[in-house]
Design a protein around this ligand. Sequence first.
Ligand code: SAH
Length: 360
Amino acid sequence: MFNGIAVSVNNLPNLLNLSRPGMAQFLKSLDEPPARAKTLIQSIHQRRVVDFADLGCSRRLKDKLTTCASITLPLLLQEQRSDDGVCKWLLKLEDGNAIETVYIPDQDRGTLCLSSQVGCGLNCRFCATAQAGFNRNLTTAEIIGQLWWALSRVAPITNVVLMGMGEPLLNYDAVVPALELMLDDCAYRLSKYRVTVSTAGLVPAMQRLGQECPVSLAVSLHAPNNALRSQLVPLNKKYPLEILIPVCKHYFPPRAKQKVLFEYVMLAGVNDQPQHVRELIDLLSGVRCKVNLIPFNPFPGAIYQCSDAATIAAFQSDLMAAGIPCWVRRTRGRDIDGACGQLAGQFTDRTRRKKMLVLK
Ligand code: SAH
């Protein structure tokens, strides 16, 4: 670390780690006017400058930055395109680990799904990333670097979701500056309605996000009662439904139009039965929300199967009949392992979870 900014291998602070306030502070520490932050952010994120010589600032500042900062991006290792237009990239990080990013084009929009950690430590039973274990948090540069790269390869990117590898709210300090850059008019100019953080339910960080950077919120619910949810999403033991649901209810201010999105993966015979719909309707009564049913995407070693189409349709229509907006997420990019819960990247597991799975 250098003045609290993550450095790259050459040991210089990486300017890609800085949103506007951080850049202003960094300039101040160099005895430069903080107002220059605006043009530097524009150069790096809108003009995609990686060479100090091309930055929009004076020769003197360029020379100064050359000696005391870096602009370091992840490396694009591989690009895969699916028949349905989905694109998946493998990005190599400075420590040799690699993460995945997915682009999902639709008629009038393009959604980019970003990773926030190398692997994931939450161990949700139905997720391929969980099986691969956890290595570390991503830096802001590595999170925003995914958007930087994607914009150079595809268009349009109208929506960003943090639904790739990792639990974004366990990496709060790096995620928030990345969100600030996404929303900044001098950087990626996305609307807060079109940037979504998805969480397994990290309650204190959800409350903080609502106060500090209220982007759209998706919560991975997956079960309507504590017994089942604790099995599927172990984090539920720490923040059970009676704590989680009220926090979802109050995430947006009382008169805001936005609704919290609940994600619900459809697992055959596990959470897709009529009693589960009834419990879910009760649980969500009085919460301004919408529900997204996600057909389970299989992966090698998975112990679940996807509910059949008729069961999913019945589940959806029961929720709708109860006045809860609900739709089924169309599965995209399965042929390139780019669908929800299929991202694995390439990294060293520091939790030894893989080894434990083999021993079981
Ligand atoms: N940790 C965050 C974001 C990453 S997962 C979270 O839990 O929300 C993004 C979404 O994909 C989550 O809703 C997750 O539960 C879902 N998911 C994980 N594995 C899946 C699978 N095999 N099939 C379908 N959806 C899956």
